[in-house]
Structures are given as C-alpha cells and as structure tokens.
Design a binder for this molecule. Structure first.
Ligand code: PMP
Length: 403
C-alpha cells in the first residue's frame, strides 16, 4: 500500500517531535538528563491517588465511576475549578468550564475550532513545541508576537492576508513558559488584550505552569485582566487553558478550558464528536485529591523545584563560559540558554550525548520558522543537586571547547 496516496494534506505538517525522538535515548542509565519537561515522579501524591481510586471504586458509586459520563466533565471537579479560578480573579460558573484530556487536548480543540488552512496564529518566538504540533494539523501560518514590543495590528493583518487567510488567535504561554521559563509582565498582558480587541481575534492563554511560582508576585491571568475591563467572562475573547499535569500528575490526563459559555458550548460538541468525554474515573480521583490536598501538595512541589532551580542557576554561573547567557525564571521547570551565534544546539547535543553523556533539548524546534539554532532548553524538574553539578561541569567543558 502506498499510504502517501491516501493521506490528507494536514499530514505534511505533522512530524515527529525532536523531544520525543530524544526521550527514547534517555533510558540509558549513564546519561544525565535535563531534557524531559516532565514532573519528578517521586513527587506525585501517589498514596492520595491510591486512596482516591479505592474510594471511587468501592460501594454503590463504583458503577458510575466506570460508566460513560457527560462531555462537559465531572460536575464536582468543574465546581472545584470554578472556585480556584475565582481566587485568581476569574469569576465564572460551571458553564464556563470544559474538562479536557490534558490541556494539550484543549490546544487541539481550540485550533480545530478556529483555524482554517492558511489562517494565521500569532505565537511567541520561541513557543511551546506541543502547541505548534497541535496547531500544525489545521495548516496555519505563524507570525511572531512579542507582547513587549507593539507591532501595529495592520502589519499582522496584511501579512495574514498575504498568507491567504486571517489572524484567528494569539497563543501565549504566560507563566514560566515552556521553553524559556519567562513570565509575561502585567503591562504586556494588557497590551495583548488591546491588540486582540483591535484585531478582533481570540487569545489562547496557556497556564500549564501557573501554580509553580517560587518567588516574585503572582500576575493575574490575561483572562482576569480582561474580565476586569469588560465586566463578565461572557464578554471576553480570552480562552484560558489549565492543567493538573504539573500540580498533581500528568498521567491522568485532566485539564480544562475556561472561557465564554458560547465557546465552551461549541467545544462540548467537539468533545462529544471526538472522544465523548475525558476518563470518568480520572476526573473523580482528580477531584478527590485536589479538594483534599491541592494547596499542601503544591507547596511541597514549589519548595523542591525552587531548590533545584537555585542550584542550577548557581551551577550555570560557575561553569558556563563568557558568551553564554540564560534566563532566570521565577517558577516552572525550565531555563533557556543562548549560546554564541556560531554554535548550534542540535550539534552540541549530538556531541554531548557522545562524549559527555549529558542530554538537553536543542532550541530550534521551539521556533515556528526553525530559526535561532544557538539555543538550548534545560529542565531542572527531575535533576538532583549532584546531577546538576556534574551535568553543568560537563556541559560547560564541552561549550568552552567549542566557543
Ligand atoms: N502547555 C505547555 C506550555 C506545556 O509545557 C504542556 C506540557 N508539557 C502542555 C501545555 C500540555 O500539558 P497537559 O496536556 O499535560 O496538560
């Protein structure tokens, strides 16, 4: 069978991610890895989940836990999320929440909802690789959005028209972004709302790391700032994507979208058609664990990850040669390195795996145009202090030898 003859055009844009290919190599025990952007499994609230599964599958409600359920999501979980959103300046009701299978599914559905082939999506440069992957299936063009430097709306619109469509939404990873670790300042969030209003486009706000702040002041979500201007979530163009993956555990695949009920209703129809609903049992146990120990658990995550971030920042200052710079994130899991312009992150990785046995993610894949090859993402979430010290010693040595 010549499968290319039957593939839809969208497949041309769907390629194996550099990170996934790389993760296959990381089973080798002697590799010190800063590659996977994943939570430390040693920190999962495993016992709480074991108890929650046992409770969900015991007694008269066990049948319901294993049964089909509504596409909108498990109502007690939606109500818990409503209360949490209220605490961060987003007053809303359960009609404003759809439970998704991770926030990754929310990115897919929002793209499916809004992008026709050749429409334009505004993204950060770099941006979350998985968002580009989700959007690519709907065949968009990309344009560069830097919320700190206002480009005129007409400039975006003209470029989008030349690409054969219209700008549909701006996508932003707002807190401790993947891959840079950087946070969008309040004034820049306000300017994104101005731009979106002027262009009449939606804003997709990715808040996957929002709970993992280690220092500095929390900044209200774009959705909260927009509600403060417009009075009600029903008047807002921002669609907030939340996730339990970084705060509790990613394996259950539970996330949510919060936005105007008109959009949520459309997404509910989409979910009905795609997978009926997210796993019933997983939503029930997520609600059980979140409602009993969310704050205490997140506090524990924060102190552990903060110590690892601090340790990595110190090791970088000690080991990196002149000409290498890096971000100093206030939370999350990532530090972003910029190497001298003559160097390439992918080449460095190949050499590093061979001679130093240190893994990381080359930065190029995070740019919609594949530019800026002299960048590298380091994740500190799973690295202990000894691994950080040894890993940065080796990486610094390799970079110094090349620079
Ligand atoms: N957004 C960002 C910025 C991420 O880094 C990730 C996962 N790495 C996701 C969304 C998707 O996470 P999940 O589907 O597990 O909620």
């Amino acid at each position: 069978m010549e499968w290319n003859n039957v593939l839809a055009t969208r497949n041309a844009r769907m390629k194996a991610s550099e990170i996934r290919e790389l993760l296959k190599l990381l089973d080798q025990p002697d590799i010190i890895s800063f590659a996977g952007g994943i939570p430390d499994p040693a920190l999962f609230p495993t016992e709480a989940f074991r108890d929650a599964f046992s409770a969900a599958l015991t007694g008269p409600k066990a049948g319901a836990a294993l049964q089909y359920s509504v596409s909108e999501g498990y109502r007690p979980l939606r109500d818990w999320i409503v209360a949490e959103m209220g605490k961060i300046g987003v007053p809303c009701t359960a009609d404003n929440i759809l439970i998704t299978s991770g926030s990754q599914q929310a990115l897919d559905y929002l793209a499916k909802l809004m992008i026709s082939p050749n429409d334009t999506v505004l993204v950060g440069w770099p941006t979350y690789l998985g968002a580009l992957g989700a959007f690519n299936a709907y065949e968009p063009s990309y344009d560069r959005l830097d919320p700190n430097t206002n480009r005129p709306a007409a400039d975006f619109a003209t470029k989008a028209e030349a690409a054969g469509g219209r700008v549909k939404f701006a996508y932003l990873s707002v807190d401790f972004a993947n891959p840079t670790g950087e946070t969008i300042a309040r004034s820049a969030r306000e300017s994104v709302i101005d731009l979106a209003d002027e262009m009449d486009i939606a804003v997709v706000e990715d808040a996957a790391y929002q709970t993992l702040r280690y220092d500095g002041e929390a900044i209200p979500p774009i959705l909260a700032l927009e509600i403060a201007r417009k009075g009600s979530i029903e008047n807002c163009r921002t669609l907030y994507c939340g996730s339990f993956s970084k705060s509790l555990a990613p394996g259950l695949r539970v996330g949510w979208v919060c936005g105007a009920s008109e959009v949520i209703s459309r997404l509910v129809l989409m979910k009905q058609a795609a997978d009926l609903h997210s796993a019933t049992t997983n939503q029930i146990v997520t609600h059980h664990v979140a409602s009993t120990q969310f704050d205490a658990h997140v506090a524990k995550l924060r102190s552990t990850y903060q110590a690892r971030r601090d340790h990595l920042l110190k090791a970088l200052a000690r080991e990196m040669p002149d000409g290498v710079s890096w971000t100093k994130p206030e939370g999350g899991m990532f530090i972003w390195l910029t190497l001298p312009e003559t160097m390439d992150g992918a080449d460095l990785l190949a050499q590093s795996l061979q001679s130093e046995r240190v893994a990381f993610v080359p930065g190029r894949a995070f740019f919609a145009d594949g530019s800026n090859g002299n960048t590298v993402r380091l994740s500190f979430s799973c690295a202990d202090e000894a691994a950080i010290d040894e890993g940065m010693k080796r990486l610094g040595r390799l970079i110094r030898a090349q620079a």
